[in-house]
Design a protein around this ligand. Sequence first.
Ligand code: PSV
Ligand code: MN
Length: 426
Amino acid sequence: MKLHKEKLNNINDEHKIQHSRNFDFLAERLTKKGIEVETIVSSLSEFQVAVPSWALGAGGTRFARFSYQGEPSSLEQKIDDVGILHALTQTAGAISLHIPWDIPKDYTAILERANALGLKFDAVNSNTFQDQINQEKSYKYGSLGHINKDVRAQAVAHNMEVVKIGERLGSKSLTVWLADGSSFPGQNNFQDALANTEDSLKKIYNDLPLDWKLLIEYKPYEPNFYSTIIQDWGTSFMLANSCGERATTLVDLGHHLPNTNIEQIVSTLMWKGKLGGFHFNDSKYGDDDLTVGSIKPYALFLIFNELVYGMQNNPQNPELSWMIDASHNLKDPLEDLIQSLEAIQEAYAKALLIDQKALKEAQAINDVTACQEILQTAYRTDVRPLLAEARLKTGGALDPIKSYRKLKVRDHLVKERGAASKASGL
Ligand code: PSV
Ligand code: MN
């Protein structure tokens, strides 16, 4: 299903007058404060977040998975869904593939399809946390860090294969997330496991095309419950350093123990030029993969404050790969992703409003109250008219969720694909 521009424009027309009033009111207030509203609006338009090919159907918990109707059952249909998201939001201009879940069959056709919808292929993700049919060695006890060198060699070869696939699609980075670890004390020798992992990652890194980045993701626990080899940003950072310049750390918001100061991690990594990618989601307890901004929107804003500061002050840090890594157990996956995209843009816009100069001045005289006021003045601003303006200017929807519902997108998808159509992936 493709969205008809004309129908979208008609819906926008119904809300245009109210939008102009909201936007002009906010723009006038911000301009009086010396904020360049047009610059913020174009920064928002430029900010594109990849949608993972495995997040377009319903996710599940380890107890049950309740399918959503009309899920995309092929890579082609997944690309179409991201196309719908992008047409509405103008901020989902990329798709990230997990291999072997989504290996293209016809590369030319896939590239043409994505191109027609304005989509690029962002980081490709390897999968050595599951066994595939006909796979020679099992990953039950690990992959890149496995005690057996043949299992490690198989996992290294898989990563190299993923890069080959990504090259044909125009991707420029490989994300490695490892489930490797142990569930019981004594099961693994920590140092051997880490040394094996480092050795395997170096092999993958040395085989990477020169214009590619290696993104190393960390996670404290799950599926292993006693130890995970790459458990935290420090371990990822250390491994990235031993691989080389184009190896960086990837921060997934859900991969931290409760109350971790993620914004400080972001800041440290950017200062060292080693933050390579970001997976957005939200959580209350563990890696809950909830809609971005649904639980801790202020934390997200503080993270964006550091991201914006880093993007403005740390030329040593590479361009980041942005991706949503969420799962949708209850809501329509596409509506959930629209909400996540909106929350990301909102946090970004608010962070762009922070008066960095005034903040530095207040910090210099230890005016703690003023520092908090500066941050919270930006946070309390309702920036939604800026987001709507950015979407309007680039041909998106003034209100993506309302338009999605008005256009009855899900009904059309169900009609096209059938109610029982299921997405592959996790
Ligand atoms: C692991 O929890 C993770 O965050 C990694 O990014 C995986 O590739 C992805 O989720 C799989 O859903
Ligand atoms: Mn992730």
